[in-house]
Design a protein around this ligand. Structure first.
Ligand code: NAP
Length: 312
């Protein structure tokens, strides 16, 4: 039977997925047709591939659909949608992970090596500052899921002293792992660089507040490619101003694009990037979607199945 797949995202997305998605489905041996909203009756749809801000917000009419497959890893905009009764999977994808590993290791090395000292040197000062070796630098990754684990492993490969924190207990080679609320402060204690790769849920909001910043080593850095609400913005500015933190590199914000006039734009110790840490590439995301449809049809568990109660 030919499966009907609805692609619900902004029109610019369709242009990017129009060719790779049908190709990936065919390569996975799936007999399917991909439709845009309006081109197929809701009750005839078998799977919904979607991104936030697409046309479909009410999932109730899709009575036959077996799963909703998000093109994004973060599902905070959809997880509370009461009309969505079918299983929901977030994006877990090779290219997304590769991109995040490259971005995170780049940002960690920037702060570890003090690269800014040499790039911004208007006085032409001869600065003979030797950074510690990575083996002597504690880096904590909050959120050791698909992305955080890959980043932690890459940092271990660079010889950093890596700690990880997750909701459930984890064992990752070379990583000192902490879990649950009780493990948070131990994971942060004395950390010089903290990377945030947690999802945005009620339980993770403001996880990095005054207490968390105070637990870090003085002069530490925070790198946030996770989600804006993970950070208490006012507490971050206070920690930067007091010198407790040396720098924050922020890719995600409570409001995006970051509004003109927001203190982060002008703060000398903040680097703002435009939610570009890692992007889902259509060729590989299409393969991930196809694999999940193959799994669903075979009765196998979906990759990235969202726990609606936990919110991610
Ligand atoms: P994931 O696999 O679901 O991993 C989430 C991690 O956070 C897991 O280790 C989870 O613990 C942990 N966690 C969740 N709630 C927690 C809590 N209350 N206490 C402690 N740990 C908690 O997600 P992912 O694919 O790695 O993605 C992580 C996030 O990155 C996404 O949600 C998204 O917001 C962000 N992201 C950003 C970009 C960007 O370009 N900036 C791109 C992609 C994704 P368990 O392992 O125990 O479940």
């Amino acid at each position: 039977m030919t499966l009907n797949i609805l692609f619900s995202a902004r029109p610019t997305f369709w242009k990017q997925y129009e060719a790779p998605l049908p190709r990936a489905l065919a390569e996975a041996g799936i007999d399917a047709q991909v439709f845009q909203p309006g081109d197929v009756a809701a009750e005839d749809v078998d799977y919904i591939v979607f991104a936030p801000n697409g046309p479909v917000e009410d999932f109730a009419p899709f009575t036959r659909a077996k799963a909703a497959l998000s093109l994004w890893a973060g599902v905070e905009q959809i997880v509370g949608n009461d009309t969505l009764a079918m299983p929901l999977a977030r994006m877990v994808d090779t290219s997304l992970t590769e991109g995040m590993v490259e971005w995170v290791t780049g940002q960690v090395l920037r702060h570890h090596l003090g690269i800014d000292r040499h790039i911004v040197n208007p006085e032409h000062e001869w600065k003979f500052v030797i950074p510690p070796l990575a083996r002597d630098r504690v880096v904590t990754v909050l959120g050791t899921g698909a992305l955080g684990t890959a980043c932690a492993e890459a940092l271990v490969a660079l010889n950093f002293r890596v700690r990880g924190w997750s909701r459930s207990e984890k064992q990752i080679a070379g990583v000192e792992s902490f879990s649950g609320d009780a493990g948070l402060m131990a994971a942060l204690e004395g950390a010089e660089i903290v990377v945030l790769l947690l999802p945005d849920t009620p339980a993770t909001e403001n996880v990095m507040g005054a207490r968390a910043f105070a637990a870090m080593a003085e002069g530490g850095c925070v790198i946030n490619p996770g989600r804006g609400p993970l950070i208490d913005d006012a507490a971050l500015v206070a920690a930067l101003d007091s010198g407790q933190l040396a720098h924050a590199t922020l890719d995600v914000f409570r409001e995006e694009p970051l509004p003109e006039g927001h203190p982060f734009w002008a703060h000398p110790k903040v680097t703002v990037t435009a939610h570009t840490a890692s992007e889902t590439r259509p060729w590989s995301a299409s393969q991930s979607v196809a694999e999940n449809i193959r799994r669903a049809e075979a009765g196998e568990p979906l990759i990235g199945l969202v726990d609606r109660g936990a919110g991610y």
